[in-house]
Ligand binder design. Sequence first.
Ligand code: ACO
Length: 328
Amino acid sequence: MTPQSIGIVAVGAYAPPGIVTNADLEKIVDTSDEWIRTRTGISRRHVAVPGTATSELALPAARLALERAGLAPEELDVIVVATCTPDMPLPSTACFVQYGLGATHAAAFDISAACTGFIYALNIITPALKVGLFRNALVIGADTLTPFTDFSDRSTCVLFGDGAGAAVLRAVPEGHGILSSYMRADGSGSEMLTIPGGGSRYPASAETIAAHQHYIHMAGNEVFKFAVRAVEDAIATALERAGLTTADVNVVIPHQANIRIIEAVQKRVNIPEERWVINIQEYSNTSAATIPIALNEAFEQERIHDGDIVLLVGFGGGLTWGATVMRW
Ligand code: ACO
């Protein structure tokens, strides 16, 4: 059997309606709207009400993508959820999504690659579809970072929000769909970005909670430097693998962690500013969800046209980084 071309045929996204503005954060920690906007590009973030599980953000995004694809949940063969904030350690968040959708014929599993998770999930599931292991796939990037955010730490609490984005993948006409992929990891940088408590190394206890180990810890400056190098590397390698150059790229959807990271990369790669989709001002960093949320926004704003070369690029904890190149 000749491998078929596989692509995204529909997208959807969901952000909870609750908004926390920079002015709201000024009342909690010693910060300012001006500092947050100029250092990060963030104006506000969507936050879930306490007690919301990540699958509850993933479900509306998934339903929208399925509806746009004209696909019933029973027609799904596999559901992959990329998240670093699962509903619980066991079972996978994907199983909650599978049950919630009524996707009675689907396999379901999670991928843990932090903010690069959606890219990893797309890149891993595409070859499985190509060879016919699955026909219809639902790939979701979803994170609920608020419960893992230390609101006494001004260096991290201004950066994160909650949300989900979803994509339906299946066979597309020859020449369209995913053209190349690239994924890397460097665990020597694991301590730069971590939620140390609550796993097997530091099981949840009164001590881990007192030490704030169940919150995100980040060496912001180090992550910043890594991110610029990683994004540049991922763009160059994924385009080279697709036999394309930066001049061919119509739309870039980067992970939205800090506007200054995106601007630093823009200076290094030759892709005009107007081709980049940026919405960090509205959503902040929603980890695995930033790329599919921005992809959904680009689709809704009709910024992507049939035949366009779309480049997704991300980086995150792990450390991990990667990219996907597709013809829409
Ligand atoms: N408000 C006011 N001042 C602040 C705040 C704040 N919210 N946070 C830090 N500062 C202060 C610091 O205390 C420091 O003060 P000092 O000079 O008196 O010591 C000063 O601002 C500068 O701090 P830096 O950490 O050097 O600030 P920087 O310009 O590096 O910005 C930031 C920090 C925004 C975290 C930046 O380093 C960054 O974005 N890094 C990358 C983060 C990232 O991408 N994370 C997500 C990865 S994806 C994932 O997997 C989740």
